[in-house]
Ligand binder design. Structure first.
Ligand SMILES: *Cc1c(COP(=O)(O)O)cnc(C)c1O
Length: 243
């Protein structure tokens, strides 16, 4: 897509996000927009960054690192903050630890320990969110809500280089607007329960995508992850997972 069109799409999303905040009495600066660039070329990321967007999310470790290497030549690349929003296998922890401003998808003790080992070597702190399988779907990534406190306690006790910042979810309904809202409400309540049970801050709620971000904002999202409405439909790659 050409840069002017991408800039216009970004502006339109920004406007809708501001509107969603106003509709529930929240301040636009309290909701971070992450532009989800999976499957889109580095040149499109450069165009959207050139239009003022700072935070970008990627799902696949390999793709994220390749795209970033490609973007390194662009002057705008220096101020991009990268987010890992896809499932991370423990064996890829070395590639991910310390390489992203925020990892949204911590979902196991195994991954926490793998990240911690790498971070301890470098001394870097890594902000993370716990991904919650909020619809309790058997095939889906994320930890069950009932197991979230135990994972958080493990991180607090054993992973001094992980900074637990909050929760993330992908509701079981997709592109469904208000139908997703009860799941967002559930994530917000879980955040509150964990805060009082563990006595920690957990300020972030990463929830809401192109098809449902207004509902997420109404339920307290502090981070929304928007791909399609900014970059257009994702190109289908042979053999690539459609997610
Ligand atoms: C792809 C993806 C998004 C963006 O989805 P859109 O519907 O394109 O806005 C957000 N979050 C996660 C975890 C994703 O995988």
């Amino acid at each position: 897509m050409n840069p002017a069109e991408l800039a216009a799409r970004l502006a339109r999303v920004r406007e809708r996000l501001d509107h969603a905040c106003a509709a529930c009495g929240r301040r636009p600066e309290d909701v971070l927009l992450v532009a989800v660039s999976k499957f889109h070329p580095a040149s499109d990321v450069a165009a959207v960054a050139g239009a003022g967007q700072v935070d970008f999310g990627e799902n696949y470790v390999q793709e994220a690192l390749e795209k970033r290497a490609e973007l390194a030549r662009e002057p705008v690349a220096a101020r991009i903050r990268w987010h890992m929003i896809g499932h991370v296998q423990s064996r890829k922890a070395a590639l991910v630890a310390g390489a992203f401003a925020l990892i949204h998808t911590l979902d196991s003790v195994k991954l926490a320990d793998a990240l911690e080992r790498r971070l301890a070597d470098s001394g870097a702190m890594q902000p993370v969110l716990m991904e919650i399988n909020i619809g309790e779907e058997p095939q889906k990534a994320g930890i069950m809500a009932a197991d979230a406190a135990a994972l958080a306690e493990h991180v607090l006790a054993r992973c001094p280089h992980l900074e637990l910042r909050g929760l993330m979810c992908l509701p079981p309904v997709f592109d469904a607007g208000d139908a997703a809202r009860p799941y967002f409400a559930r994530l917000r309540r879980l955040g509150g329960e964990l805060r009082s049970r563990l006595g920690i801050g957990l300020p972030e709620l990463s929830m809401g995508m192109s098809g449902d971000f207004a509902a997420a904002v109404a339920e307290g999202a502090t981070i929304v992850r928007i791909g399609t409405d900014i970059f257009g439909p994702r190109p289908v790659k042979m053999g690539a997972p459609v997610a």
